[in-house]
Design a protein around this ligand. Sequence first.
Ligand SMILES: [Zn+2]
Length: 241
Amino acid sequence: MTLLKCVKCQRTTQFTWTLTSEPLCRRHFLKRFYDNIKVLLSSPVLTPTSTIKIVFNGSLASKVLLHAICEIEKPFPSVRIVVLKEEGLDVDPLPRDRILLEEENIPKLPSELFEMMEQIFIKYVLPLKKSELVLLPLTIEEYAAALIYLLLNKKYNTLKYMVAHPKLRFPLAGLFLNDIINYAKIMGISSKKYFTVERKGLFKWILYLLEKSFETSPTSLHSIRSFFENIFTESTFSNYA
Ligand SMILES: [Zn+2]
């Protein structure tokens, strides 16, 4: 294994930040990881009295998202965290000191992306009250592939709410699967299920192409995200607000 030096503090490290290929030590990796999530979480909707509902299906990303939200909240716990967990799943082992988690059992989500998004939207996003948010654990690879997939399948409404609905967030959509794996390694989180969305059919094919493209240009995935964000804005949903 090549030993690298953290760009922030020169400590020896084995972790690199996928987007920029910068080596980061454990401490600086975690800081950037949390900052990234906070940016995608921040919104006028989220206040210290908000409720956030995290969709938990046992995938590595869903475990990492829940863990990271608890870590971010720990210093000043205020937000109410509800874990929408698929029946039969265990949310342990996760750090619960000073963080109170509520659990709500939900039926197993469909594995097909479009059906999964529809179900989440109808059952969990639409009935939300003011200052409640639903968080979905998709990495940037899965998020970008989902947007292209929905566009190719002409699922324009699903596409719109995935990009711009004010009560639906994807706090991991600035992070790559590799960053999720590194975070899990640091925190000792493991899962048999790597991916949140099942990789099959057209969705799998799009993901494969995106993974090829980000081998040479990791920023291309962020460009896909911004492209869609520029088209759909929150005003698209003024009726839902
Ligand atoms: Zn460092």
